[in-house]
Design a protein around this ligand. Structure first.
Ligand code: PMP
Length: 386
């Protein structure tokens, strides 16, 4: 007989071409597939072929060559984009930026001190900082929560390590360290500090900055991130962490990253960042317009800023919408949206309130279109109700 086709949940009918209106919009994860069409258009120039006998050893002759080339490309990229100072900086590679987040906490917590260093954040925050800090159960550091409580704690005899996420996940705001002073050090997580998501007002010039390929090119599965460091001791400690943890970053990954950055840098990043920012801005325009007639839901507002990369004032287009349910009875915003077929991530997961839900805007165009169908339906119901 005829093979029975297994449709995914969103499609039905004999050849899986009938769209099912019951299909939910899954905008929970930050899987950065919005850049997939760019890589389809550049399929040949971004392809990497590795024969079985290539780069087998831990230390092969051209290993150093690739790492050095990759470092050069990273420095070039930052100078072309203008988002970070790289002169006189050390670079450490990691398996995604995730590995480097804890490497940084480790490196900054080794100063002689009797009590464990306190890891703090500004709310709402990316949950991995807390998860990692608690998961690794080190004697050297512990998670202390809200940075605001440690602003004037120089006499508390505790060293503070602050995660500063700029632009922030979930709400896209550009951030600065809340805790200042000799007893405090900051880890700047710049995962989203790229022209797709934000204006680039000036090159970031912090002591410890972390970037990732995941939200730059969208290759989250390659697991590649890097840290830019001013201080040599911090550099050595982070490099030692990565070595103990995984003996360094996969050579295959480094090769893929190098190839991708070469394509990104063609025409000084013009085509690539045009694609990324045009896609994100058009999604934001659609979303803002749909919600502009809503009294029930609002999204974060971020002031337009001058972007030195595009040389003009830019409206920002963050990776995530940080949506708020405003009606008294909509206290559980996640469930309100879920009932309407939108699966976001609960605001409480970020230490935000239950009135907030994070919606990922960086998945595929289909995911986004489906989200907009559901949002438009919700907003038009609202108008019928009133
Ligand atoms: N930092 C932030 C703020 C993130 O949102 C993410 C990914 N969601 C990461 C770090 C980690 O990403 P990766 O390990 O893929 O580099």
């Amino acid at each position: 007989g005829k093979p029975v086709c297994e449709c995914n949940t969103c499609f039905g009918g004999p050849d899986c071409s009938l769209f099912s209106p019951d299909c939910a919009a899954d905008v929970d994860s930050g899987n950065p597939l919005f850049l997939e069409p760019f890589w389809m258009q550049n399929a040949a120039s971004s392809a990497v072929l590795v024969a079985g006998w290539h780069r087998m050893g831990y230390q092969v002759n051209d290993q150093a060559h690739i790492s050095t080339e990759l470092e050069k490309h990273i420095r070039k990229l930052h100078s072309v984009v203008g988002n970070a100072v790289t002169e006189k900086r050390f670079i450490v590679f990691g398996a995604g930026s995730s590995q480097l987040l804890n490497a940084a906490v480790h490196a900054l917590s080794q100063d002689k001190s009797t009590s464990p260093a306190g890891v703090v954040v500004t709310f709402p925050f990316y949950p991995a900082y807390k998860e990692q800090t608690e998961f690794f159960r080190s004697n050297d550091y512990k998670f202390l929560g809200d940075a605001a409580l440690w602003k004037n704690a120089s006499d508390a005899n505790v060293n503070i390590i602050e995660f500063v996420t700029s632009p922030n996940n979930p709400d896209g705001q550009l951030m600065k360290a809340a805790v200042q002073g000799d007893y405090a050090k900051a880890i700047y997580d710049h995962a989203y500090f790229w022209p797709h998501f934000t204006a680039i007002p000036a090159p970031a010039d912090e002591d410890l900055m972390i970037f990732t390929l995941s939200k730059l090119t969208g290759h989250a599965g390659s697991r590649f991130g890097w840290a830019l460091l001013k201080n040599e001791t911090v550099y050595q400690r982070m490099a030692a962490y990565v070595y103990e943890n995984s003996v360094g970053v996969s050579q295959d990954t480094q090769l893929v990253a190098l190839k991708l950055l070469q394509v990104v840098l063609q025409g000084n990043g013009g085509d690539f960042f045009d694609f990324g920012s045009t896609t994100m801005r058009s999604r934001w325009e659609t979303l803002r317009e749909a919600l502009s007639v809503s009294n029930r839901f609002s999204i974060q507002e971020i002031e337009p800023q001058y972007c030195s990369f595009f040389r003009q004032v830019r409206v920002t287009s963050p990776a995530f919408a940080w949506l708020k349910c405003k009606r008294d009875e909509d206290e559980d915003c996640y469930t309100v949206l879920k009932t309407a077929g939108i699966i976001g991530r609960q605001g409480t997961a970020f230490g935000g309130g239950s009135r907030y839900v994070r919606l990922s805007l960086i998945k595929t165009q289909d995911d986004f279109d489906l989200l907009m169908r559901k949002i438009n339906a919700l907003v038009s119901d609202e108008r019928v109700d009133s």
